[in-house]
Design a protein around this ligand. Structure first.
Ligand code: GDP
Ligand code: MN
Length: 381
């Protein structure tokens, strides 16, 4: 789950990281009032859960409350990477000398968190990583010891920060690491952490991604979820406890088990098809869960055929078959469907489907071939 910039910065601030004064606004009039409160100059920042807002024109500098109102009107009318801007953050404008990148993520290979820093921060950090990888410095952090002061100082010295900023930088780095641990984040990032013209460090932007599997430990953070920013299909999937990720292809997939779901997608791709989604209905999928899953797949208008791959262990095949029939009541049936059903009660499941004129396949390869062929027939017709 991604947090907005303003939410991330609030969490940073609670961990002692300096952030600009400012507030969230929903209207241009509010933006004007906030800018007056801030002394007449402000940055207007679109709050959308996608990167590259700056490049898209979603970060604007206003020199007066009137200008703030005007720019806020523009930004609130924008769509950034297809997401409408509903909220803006109005922050005190900073005068920037240097933009630093500072982030923490898990290094899965090293099995510990890694703190990453670069003095070439700002909006083009990906470019720096590609062209000047030596300009990016890292320290690996033992989660039980936390970030040690000397590690933070090593980062500061490798980046050649002015010496008088080292202890403040170490304090901020330590606050960022604590934030990362406290909220069970998979990413906590400040980009840019700026040195202002008066030589102060200030976190101008913030990004936190929370680990969904740890959200149950943080009811307060789970409430920060911005449902407006999610695809409706992903919202529905969460409601029914389904793991669903929308993709760009045209073959809808419904599978029980994450590993089998990935294997199914691999088989489709190896045969020249493109999966429209990842969907794991989980073990013991009851009829209504299967029905919800089908509805979600069918709500994606790119879907031209559907492949169901069910291995009946805990999930009984007859139960799944009934779920499919239930789901088909009241949804568009012009999307062809191929079903591979093996395991517990498979005979009974197949019989139920055959009676309803739904094709079953003997193997996964055959099912994938049929689903791909069906998607192409539809595309022509
Ligand atoms: P992002 O593009 O979504 O990463 O948004 P950021 O909040 O990082 O802003 C992008 C860029 O806008 C920063 O790298 C800065 O160069 C600039 N920027 C953001 N806030 C301010 C500010 O208060 N003053 C000035 N002068 N520039 C800012
Ligand atoms: Mn940024």
């Amino acid at each position: 789950m991604k947090l907005h910039e303003y939410q991330s910065k609030q969490l940073f601030s609670q961990h002692g990281i300096p952030i600009p004064r400012g507030r969230v606004a929903m209207t241009a009039a509010e933006a004007r009032t906030i800018t007056e409160e801030l002394g007449g100059r402000a940055v207007i920042k679109a709050q959308v859960l996608v990167g590259g807002r700056g490049k898209a024109g979603g970060i604007r500098l206003a020199g007066s409350p009137e200008e703030a109102e005007e720019l806020a009107t523009q930004v609130l009318g924008m769509r950034i990477k297809d997401m409408p801007v509903r909220k803006i953050l109005v922050d005190e404008a900073a005068e920037i000398q240097t933009e630093i990148y500072l982030g923490v993520a898990n290094d899965r290979a090293a099995r510990v968190p890694v703190m990453i820093a670069s003095v070439e921060g700002g909006i083009d950090i990906e470019e720096v990583a590609r062209k000047d990888p030596e300009r990016i410095v890292r320290v690996w952090v033992d989660p039980f010891l936390g970030l040690r002061e000397y590690q933070a100082r090593n980062l500061a010295s490798s980046m050649e920060l002015p010496r008088q900023l080292w202890s403040e930088f170490a304090r901020i780095a330590s606050g960022l690491f604590k934030t990362f641990l406290d909220v069970d984040a998979t990413l906590a990032e400040i980009n840019p952490l700026v040195i202002t013209h008066t030589g102060q460090l200030l976190a101008l932007d913030g990004k936190i991604i929370l680990d969904d599997n740890a959200l149950y430990r943080h009811p307060g953070l789970a409430d920060m979820r911005d449902v407006d920013e999610e695809a409706a299909s992903e919202r529905e999937a969460r409601k029914y406890g389904l793991s669903y990720v929308k993709l760009d292809g045209d073959i809808g997939c419904m599978v029980n088990g994450a590993g089998l779901a990935m294997a199914t997608m691999d088989v489709i791709k190896s045969m020249g098809g493109e999966p429209a989604n990842f969907l794991d209905v989980g073990g013991g999928a009851a009829a209504e869960k299967v029905a919800a899953a089908l509805q979600i797949i069918l709500s994606d208008e790119n879907v031209r055929s559907i492949l169901l791959n069910i291995f009946g262990g805990i999930t009984r095949c007859d139960e799944v078959a009934r779920g499919i029939l239930m789901a088909l009541e009241g949804v568009r049936r012009e999307v062809p469907m191929v079903i591979r059903l093996v395991g517990t009660n498979e005979e009974e499941g197949r019989k139920i489907l055959a009676e309803a004129d739904l094709p079953t396949a003997a193997s996964l390869n055959e099912a994938a071939r049929m689903a791909i062929a069906a998607s192409r027939v539809e595309a022509v017709g």
